[in-house]
Design a protein around this ligand. Structure first.
Ligand code: HEM
Length: 218
């Protein structure tokens, strides 16, 4: 697992010593570097405001603007492409996270994957917001309302999850999930479950709406 640290940029010869076998980690549990500092918390709040504003703009523009069938077709293609990018990256990242929970991967495997996946996830989300606005969502439909709220929650939760992952990646290589402090463990599990629930809700409601529209010819 030292390779993971070296590959991520440590100069040769300064790598961390070989990690202890995860089962040998001392008790009590590892607490991680603690909650975000003042600067990190402020950055989190600012990013939350930016995400909420982008979401609101997408919903309001989508509700009022009907750009016609040609643009609708192009926007739907972009929507599906962005969905593959963002949701695909989320699934791989969460799968490696699950393997770590089961003790089949090192905590730093998720770090390297996380930094590679972040641009795909956030870039894909940006395209989903823009293309979704051009698809003229039916804002009065309850499933659409559930989908849109899920999207806001998954974005804000994604910001918190990114912060929690940063804390996780400061832990020594070889750290087992069971050796972490209960607080960090609970935060991670809640954020991961919320992320999966909101992503699947958004995808399934999107597919349901699309299918119903084709069936009814609306
Ligand atoms: C995480 C973000 C999102 C996900 C995962 C998502 C998912 C989906 C999926 C799977 C479809 C079905 C595509 C198909 O026809 O096969 C869809 C369609 C649609 N999405 Fe999204 N979407 C997201 C964001 C948005 C946003 C922000 C809006 C609007 C503001 C939006 C509005 C729509 C509309 C109106 C359709 C129906 C298109 C049609 O068939 O007329 N989506 N979405």
């Amino acid at each position: 697992m030292t390779a993971a640290v070296t590959d991520a940029g440590s100069p040769p010869g300064t790598e961390a010593p070989d990690p202890p076998n995860g089962t040998e980690l001392p008790e009590p549990s590892i607490s991680g570097p603690g909650r975000p500092t003042g600067n990190a918390a402020l950055k989190l709040v600012l990013l939350g405001v930016v995400c909420s504003a982008a979401w609101l703009a997408s919903v309001l523009i989508g509700g009022f603007l009907d750009p016609g069938p040609e643009i609708h077709r192009v926007a739907l293609a972009a929507h599906i492409l962005a969905l593959v990018l963002a949701f695909g990256a989320i699934l791989v990242l969460d799968w490696v996270g699950l393997l770590w929970l089961l003790g089949r991967r090192d905590v730093h495997d998720t770090r390297r994957l996380d930094s590679a996946a972040q641009p795909l996830i956030w870039g894909g989300l940006a395209i989903l917001l823009i293309s979704g606005a051009l698809l003229h969502p039916e804002l009065s439909s309850p499933p659409t309302q559930i989908k849109l709220v899920s999207i806001l929650v998954l974005m804000l939760n994604g910001l918190v999850l990114t912060q929690t992952m940063k804390q996780l990646h400061q832990l020594p290589p070889g750290t087992l999930f069971t050796a972490m402090a209960a607080g960090l463990r609970a935060r991670l599990l809640v954020a991961l479950c919320l992320s999966q629930t909101c992503w699947w809700t958004s995808v399934l409601v999107g597919l349901l709406n699309s299918t119903l529209r084709r069936w009814t010819g609306a």
